[in-house]
Unconditional design. Structure first.
Length: 303
């Protein structure tokens, strides 16, 4: 403890260039500061200050020692702050940006809201690319690969694509048995919000990508209108499996050309990089990682 007190006295004296000012900050006399610094100099075997009757200045050795001491005290402050955050209950407003497809996320988000009632959720659904820091979001959930040194990221889960249509549509137009059969079907396509281009259908045969000129019957910038149109017997859609799972289970949509798609997508959660993540953000990230894509029994999530 005496060593830490001497270091504290030295840092205050070095930063203020005054034993009197250092003593005032520490609540002790200037002579006590001077004695603490003298004991420190004796212990390290080096003069840290040039002293005169009117001022003190750091020696070259003192300059080096001050830099190291400041880093030490910075680490102590960071450790205290980290401990305070770890014991702090998650609370406050949490701004979350999510893609327009909410059918997957809302059950998990509902459970989160029940588990953490002191966190006020502010959910913004949009398929556009948001600037998480500039727009003041705490967390962003998106598909695809994100590269930004200002952001932290964790993988929430992986998903497959499928081509689906309603039973009445398939009965009327026929069930495609080869990828080329799609050329005579009504195809409902998704326009990517980032590039404004149509999202390619990842069709393969024997592991080789096929470049087919898929017909365009309708286009939408989000998936939910396309799903609605497929349910209304208007055409086929190519979407992530999770967006239509409940309709597949209910039999209102049917998968076609199973085995002819290779795409596996990744769902990520991102938040601003910080030395100390706020408890509300940590709680949300950990909860979504554990609950959004629960692993099947006997399986593990992909990294």
């Amino acid at each position: 403890m005496d060593r830490l007190g001497s270091l504290t006295a030295f840092v205050h004296a070095a930063e203020t260039r005054s034993f009197t000012s250092a003593g005032r900050q520490m609540g002790i006399s200037s002579s006590a500061v001077g004695k603490a610094v003298a004991r420190l100099e004796e212990r390290v075997g080096t003069r840290l200050f040039h002293r005169s009757t009117r001022s003190i200045t750091l020696t070259p050795e003192g300059e080096l020692f001050l830099s190291r001491c400041q880093r030490i005290f910075s680490e102590i402050e960071a450790a205290e702050l980290e401990l305070a955050h770890s014991t702090q209950a998650p609370r406050g407003r949490l701004r979350v940006s999510l893609p327009m497809v909410g059918s997957l996320m809302m059950p998990a988000i509902n459970r989160f809201a029940i588990t953490f009632p002191d966190i006020e959720l502010d959910l913004d659904f949009s398929d556009r690319l948001v600037d998480i820091i500039e727009e003041g979001f705490d967390v962003v959930m998106r598909t695809g690969t994100m590269v930004d040194s200002n952001l932290m990221t964790r993988t929430l889960g992986h998903y497959e694509h499928c081509i689906v249509g309603s039973p009445p549509y398939l009965a009327r137009r026929g069930v495609p048995s080869t990828p080329e059969d799609l050329l005579s079907h009504a195809c409902l396509q998704h326009r990517l919000p980032s590039s404004r281009k149509l999202e390619p259908w990842p069709i393969v045969r024997d592991g080789i990508d096929l470049e087919l000129d898929i017909p365009v019957t309708a286009v939408a910038s989000t998936l939910e209108p396309l799903i609605s149109m497929a349910l209304a017997d208007i055409g086929l859609i190519c979407v992530p499996v999770f967006t239509v799972r409940r309709y597949l289970e209910a039999g209102t949509l049917k998968v076609v050309l199973d085995g002819h798609l290779h795409s596996t997508g990744v769902f990520r959660i991102l938040w601003p990089s910080s030395r100390h993540t706020a408890p509300k953000i940590k709680a949300f990230v950990d909860f979504m990682v554990a609950n959004l894509f629960p692993a099947e029994p006997g399986t593990a999530k992909k990294p």
